[in-house]
Design a protein around this ligand. Sequence first.
Ligand code: CU
Length: 152
Amino acid sequence: MNKGIIIAIVAVIAVVGAVGTFLNLQSPQAITPNLVAKEFGFEGLGYKLADNQFKGGPTIQAKVGQTVRIVLKNEGTLEHEFMVVEDLMAEMQHESVFEGAMSEATKPGQTSTITFKAEKPGKYFYGCFLDEGTKPEKHADKGMFGELVVED
Ligand SMILES: [Cu+2]
């Protein structure tokens, strides 16, 4: 092998490495918050439902383009879900803001994993919009929701 070819190979490896590093810097690491669903709220990220309060959820922070992987464990006695919506009050059609940002109805003792990409900056809500045991109100109406903040 002559020197020219070796230099060309080294140059190609250097360029591929640099592009790979650049792309890596461009797409932030996935975040993987673990949440626990209970009546009526979510625990996780250091947030605990106060014994006498039983509502709420932690704020989930993500960056635009970041993959968010939620592991939701249901430690309650009713079925629960996790879904990201634009507006808590306007949640009618049972559709999530981001593709895949919705779990199955998760039975007590079971765990669901939800993976989605935070594609647009903004302030969103996540919550459980099931109504088992609370009809006609939804679990979110009982306080089972939190905020998802997607930063630019
Ligand atoms: Cu629920």
